[in-house]
Design a protein around this ligand. Structure first.
Ligand code: AMP
Length: 113
């Protein structure tokens, strides 16, 4: 997607501090971090959000969770705890229409709501 911010970051058309990359996924710090650890885990494939995903994407979604677990360990929040968030659509506050996982940790997180 030519006009997608996360496609541009994932393909390095826009520079960012990529802290993890493999064939299908990149991860970089959130520019407006909400916690000491706040990393965005982003597939290279453009998928808007969880609405309308197909079984073709099951493997990729599972891989995103594996990357989040790997990075939680790398960041040292695996023992203290962390949260994974995927915003979907307007009521969730999704700002970027390219699916991504927020990995949040490093402080006590407030209850969800
Ligand atoms: P969401 O609200 O789930 O769509 O989250 C989008 C996130 O992307 C927000 O937390 C933003 O702070 C973050 N963000 C926007 N632009 C950038 C950027 N250039 N680099 C890193 N994070 C960004």
């Amino acid at each position: 997607m030519d006009d997608c911010l996360f496609c541009k970051l994932a393909s390095k058309k826009i520079e960012t501090n990529i802290i993890y990359e493999d064939d299908n996924v990149v991860a970089f710090p959130d520019i407006a971090s909400k916690a000491p650890t706040h990393i965005l885990i982003v597939p290279k494939k453009h998928i808007k959000n969880l609405v309308g995903i197909t079984t073709d994407e099951e493997g990729l979604l599972g891989h995103l969770l594996w990357v989040s677990s790997f990075l939680a360990s790398e960041q040292g929040v695996d023992e203290t705890g962390f949260r994974i968030v995927i915003n979907n659509g307007p009521d969730s506050g999704q700002e970027v229409d390219h699916i991504h996982l927020h990995l949040l940790g490093g402080r006590r997180l407030s209850s969800m709501g």
